[in-house]
Structure formats: C-alpha cells, structure tokens
Ligand binder design. Sequence first.
Ligand SMILES: CC(C)(COP(=O)(O)OP(=O)(O)OC[C@H]1O[C@@H](n2cnc3c(N)ncnc32)[C@H](O)[C@@H]1OP(=O)(O)O)[C@@H](O)C(=O)NCCC(=O)NCCS
Length: 166
Amino acid sequence: MVDIRPQQAKDLEAIARINADAFAEHGGTGSFDRFREERTDIISLVAESEGQLLGHVLFSPVVLDTPDGPVNGMGLGQLAVDPVHQNQGIGTKLSEAGLEKLRDTDCPFVIVIGHAKYYPRFGFEKGVTNNFVCQWEGIPDNSFMVLFLDESRRLELAGTARFDGL
Ligand SMILES: CC(C)(COP(=O)(O)OP(=O)(O)OC[C@H]1O[C@@H](n2cnc3c(N)ncnc32)[C@H](O)[C@@H]1OP(=O)(O)O)[C@@H](O)C(=O)NCCC(=O)NCCS
C-alpha cells in the first residue's frame, strides 16, 4: 500500500537520497534541489509505504513568454522513484496526484522535460508542435512536452517557457 502525501521537513534527507539514487546515471538532479527547501509555491509530494519513502515528485512555477505577455504555469521538475521500487506504478501515482492538485487551481499548462515514452500517458504532448519553446538549447524536441489543463487556452498559449528561478 503506497500513500501519496505532501513533503514534510522531516522528509528532506530521504528525498535527497531517492533523487540521488534515481538520477545517479544522469549525474544528479542539480538545479531543482534547493526549491524543496526554499520555495512555498511548489508542489512537492512523496510516496510512502510502511514509513519508508519510495518516491518523490516536484512541480514548480514556470513563466510562458507569450506575445501578449507572461502567463504563469507549472513544470514537473523532478520525478524520482527508488530504483528498487521502480515499475510498480509509484511514478504514475505521484504524477497523477500532482496533476490532480493542479487541476483544482487555475494553472493552464504544465511542462516537463523527460522521457518521451513516459509522460504522454498523463496527457503530455510534444511542446514544439504546440508552439512551446524550451528555455534551454539542445533539449531534443521529443523530450520537451506540455500538458494543457485548460483546453480553452490551448491556442493562445505559445512562446518560450522558463522555470522560474532557473
Ligand atoms: C521514470 C520513473 C520516474 C518512472 O517511475 P516508475 O514508478 O518506475 O514508473 P511506473 O511504474 O509509474 O510506470 C512504469 C512504466 O514506465 C516506463 N518507464 C520506466 N522508466 C522509464 C524510462 N526511464 N523511460 C521511459 N519509460 C520508463 C516503464 O517502461 C513502464 O511502462 P509501461 O507502463 O508501458 O509498461 C522512474 O523509473 C525513475 O525514477 N527513473 C529514474 C529517474 C528519472 O529518469 N526520472 C524521470 C526524469 S524525466
């Protein structure tokens, strides 16, 4: 039985360990790490089973520079599952729980840079075909994705999307 709940201060060490283990091959998680301790405008959730943390997801603010001015959205910045517990649905539960929280807000879109075969299951689409541009050069088109939470704004949303603070 895996519970998804908001991050608490006591979780920070375990979250850091999960991210370090899950992203070991990628050289660590870098830039987003300090957001967990410093920001209150993030969604940071953990997956817990029998008192043990097994996974973590972090959503943080993103600004889309549209021709009509900036539009605030969110970005899925980190998703990590303890390597021993991967492929058991924990990443899916964490992502869905975070997106469910965002659906209760007026956040119109969420971006992610990640595995092109993983994120479409949550409704993410290729950014480039939706006129979303990544702030960083060199990210493969397939890896930069957007999910529209407010379908009515799909056509008006276009521009470069930047993670706030990065
Ligand atoms: C990617 C990750 C978060 C997925 O979480 P998970 O709990 O293992 O995945 P789930 O059980 O929810 O989903 C399993 C599915 O994810 C797919 N999957 C797992 N890792 C994947 C990867 N690196 N790339 C693409 N798909 C992946 C599996 O093939 C499986 O697909 P299926 O449902 O079609 O059979 C987890 O494997 C992880 O922490 N990986 C290392 C860190 C990382 O790459 N994070 C994401 C950065 S974008």
